[in-house]
Design a protein around this ligand. Structure first.
Ligand code: SME
Length: 161
């Protein structure tokens, strides 16, 4: 098993995001379309953070459909307003969940996920078109530090919509 990345409370976590930021920004700017940008973003984040699952769900009608991801196979359809992803979409804001077992309606695609962060991706009009979902196999895997670095990445992705 891969050793865990610096924890969300470890100052190295900030260094990790700062180090990956230019690469992610270049990949997003140079991608032929949004889907390609999401795919490479998921790959870089997943490898750098050493997490259980990293990926995107795209808003289609009243559901989120599985998009580019890294990690084990996952649920391919999540309803609006349900689970962490559907709630983040409904509320249009980032959700940090330290313990998924304590989140009402959490959708367990994998029994190994213990904590997660979900960040909306908005198009230039401000509509949430997708969410970034990152799952950790340890409790309390994410904090406001992760939100602070992941939100600008998702804004950059949304600008490609
Ligand atoms: N746990 C998420 C579902 C997505 S997977 O974990 C990849 C949720 O509650 O929305």
């Amino acid at each position: 098993m891969r050793s865990p990345a610096p924890s969300s409370s470890n100052p190295d976590r900030e260094g990790l995001y700062r180090a990956m930021r230019p690469r992610v920004e270049a990949l997003i700017a140079g991608a032929p379309d949004l889907l390609a940008a999401m795919a490479n973003t998921a790959a870089v984040l997943h490898a750098a953070l050493g997490v259980h699952w990293t990926g995107f769900y795209r808003a289609q009608g009243d559901a989120l459909l599985l998009g580019p991801f890294q990690g084990p196979p996952a649920c391919d359809r999540l309803p609006f307003g349900r689970g962490v992803c559907g709630t983040a979409w409904q509320q249009g804001r980032t959700l940090v969940v330290p313990d998924v077992d304590l989140f009402p309606g959490h959708i367990a695609c994998s029994a190994l996920s213990r904590s997660e962060i979900v960040v909306p991706v908005r198009d230039p009009a401000g509509t949430t078109i997708a969410v970034l979902d990152i799952d950790s196999a340890v409790p309390d895997g994410f904090s406001a530090v992760d939100a602070r670095y992941l939100e600008p990445i998702c804004d950059l992705l949304g600008s490609r919509a």
